[in-house]
Design a protein around this ligand. Structure first.
Ligand SMILES: Cc1ncc(COP(=O)(O)O)c(C=O)c1O
Length: 382
C-alpha cells in the first residue's frame, strides 16, 4: 500500500474550476507554476501535459536538432526519446558502479563538437554528481538538463536536484512522488531557455516556429496544487520505508546496496540493489524463486540491457526507416556506433539490479523487508 494521497483539497479546487467554466490555461496552471517556482527557488516553472513533452521541448530549447548530439545516461530511455523527437542523435555516457548514475568523467569523455546538451537522470530518487556534471556542461558550452522524474524535492549539496542544471524536468504521471494523472514541470533560471520552452509547448495563433499543444489543463493543475502542499510529507514516509528495506540487506555479503554519497539526499522511488550471488556460488534462479514466494513485486535485471541496445536506437525507425537521425542522416557528421561495450558499467550492473517500489508506507515496508530477509536467507542456504 502507498500512503493516502487525496484528502478533499483536490475536490475543493476541482469544484472551483467547474464553477468558473474555464478548464484550460487559466489561473490554476499559473498558480501551480508560481508555487512550484517558489518551492524550488527558481525564476521560471513551465507546466505541461507530461514530462516527456517537456523533455522534447527542452531538447529544442537547448538548440539540438538534426545533426546534433544529446548525451544521455543508459539505464532509462526517456531523454534519448526526447532527442529523437528533435531529430537529434542520442549518445551515451556510462554510469557509476556504486550509484547507477551518470559518471561525470564518462560525460566529459563523450562530449564532441556536435553535442548540444547533456541530460542526466536522477534515477530512482537519487541525485547524480550534479555540480561535476554542470561543470562538464559549462566547460563545453552545452546545456545541462536534469531529468527529475524520480527526484521530487531531492537535495544535493544544499540545493534541489533540477536546479543544478540549466533546466530541470519533473513528472507528475501516475506513480510519481506527486501526481496529476499525467503532467510535468520544467524549471530554469534562464529567461531565454524559459521562453524557448514555452514557445514550443503551447501553440499560439501563428507560432513563430514548430510548436504543438503540450498544455496542462486546469484540472491537472488543481490536483497538482493540492499535491504540492503534501508531497514532502509523502517523501518523509518513503524515506522510512527505504530505511526498512535497506536494513534487510545488512549482513548479506552477496548483494551490493546502492550507495548514497556525501551531500546526496534521497527521495525514495524505486529501491534497488545488485545481485552478486553468482560471485559467491548462489544461484540467481534460487534467489528469484525465493523473492517470488514473498508475494511482493520484485524485478531482477530491470530491462536486462542499456537503453542504447533498444531497437528504437539501433535501427533508424524513428523517421519511417529513412536513416534519420542515427543512421545515414545527411546532417550528422559524427561516426557514432551503437555497439556493445559502449557503457561497460551499465552493461554489467543492469542485469544484476533487484528492484521494488519504495513509495510505500513504513508499515508496508516492514512486511516487504521481512520477506526480503527470508528470501536472502533461503537463497543463501542454497
Ligand atoms: C526518468 C523518467 N523520465 C521521464 C519520464 C516521462 O514522464 P511522463 O510520463 O510524465 O511523460 C518518466 C516516466 O516514467 C521517467 O521515469
Amino acid at each position: 500500500m502507498g500512503v493516502d494521497r487525496f484528502d478533499g483539497k483536490e475536490i475543493e479546487y476541482l469544484q472551483q474550476i467547474l464553477d468558473s467554466g474555464n478548464l484550460a490555461a487559466g489561473s490554476f496552471v499559473s498558480r501551480l507554476e508560481t508555487e512550484f517556482a517558489a518551492a524550488y527557488g527558481v525564476k521560471h516553472a513551465i507546466a505541461a501535459n507530461a514530462a516527456m513533452s517537456l523533455l522534447i521541448s527542452t531538447v529544442y530549447a537547448a538548440g539540438a536538432g538534426a545533426g546534433d548530439e544529446v548525451l544521455c545516461d543508459p539505464v532509462v530511455q526517456f531523454h534519448a526519446i526526447g532527442a529523437l523527437w528533435q531529430n537529434a542523435h542520442p549518445t551515451w555516457a556510462d554510469v557509476q558502479a556504486d550509484t547507477w548514475l551518470m559518471d561525470p568523467a564518462s560525460a566529459k569523455a563523450n562530449i564532441t563538437p556536435s553535442t548540444k546538451a547533456i541530460i542526466a537522470t536522477n534515477l530512482w530518487g537519487q541525485p547524480a554528481e550534479l555540480d561535476a556534471l554542470r561543470k562538464v556542461a559549462d566547460d563545453s558550452k552545452v546545456v545541462f538538463i536534469e531529468d527529475c522524474a524520480h527526484a521530487m524535492f531531492l537535495p544535493y549539496k544544499g540545493k534541489y536536484a533540477g536546479t543544478w542544471g540549466h533546466i530541470g524536468v519533473y513528472s507528475f504521471c501516475q506513480g510519481k512522488h506527486m501526481t496529476t494523472g499525467d503532467g510535468g514541470m520544467a524549471v530554469t533560471d534562464d529567461d531565454d531557455l524559459a521562453a524557448r520552452i514555452r514557445s514550443v509547448t503551447c501553440f499560439g495563433e501563428s507560432p513563430p516556429q514548430l510548436a504543438t499543444v503540450f498544455r496542462m489543463t486546469e484540472m491537472q493543475a488543481a490536483i497538482g496544487l493540492a499535491q504540492l502542499e503534501k508531497v514532502k510529507g509523502y517523501i518523509e514516509e518513503y524515506q522510512k520505508a527505504y530505511a526498512q528495506l535497506s536494513a534487510a540487506l545488512e549482513g548479506c555479503d552477496w548483494v551490493q546496496p546502492r550507495a548514497i554519497k556525501e551531500g546526496c539526499g534521497n527521495s525514495p522511488y524505486i529501491f534497488s540493489f545488485l545481485f552478486r550471488g553468482d560471485e559467491k556460488g548462489i544461484e540467481r534462479e534460487a534467489f528469484e524463486q525465493a523473492l517470488f514466494e514473498t508475494g511482493d513485486l520484485w524485478n531482477i535485471g530491470f530491462t536486462q540491457a542499456p537503453a542504447y541496445k533498444y531497437k528504437l536506437f539501433t535501427e533508424p525507425m524513428a523517421y519511417q526507416n529513412k536513416g534519420c537521425p542515427t543512421h545515414n542522416c545527411p546532417y550528422y557528421k559524427g561516426d557514432y556506433e551503437y555497439r556493445d561495450g559502449l557503457c561497460p558499467t551499465a552493461e554489467e550492473i543492469i542485469p544484476r539490479m533487484v528492484n521494488t517500489n519504495c513509495m510505500i508506507s513504513e508499515e508496508t515496508a516492514k512486511r516487504v523487508a521481512e520477506g526480503l530477509r527470508k528470501a536472502l536467507e533461503t537463497a543463501g542456504k542454497g
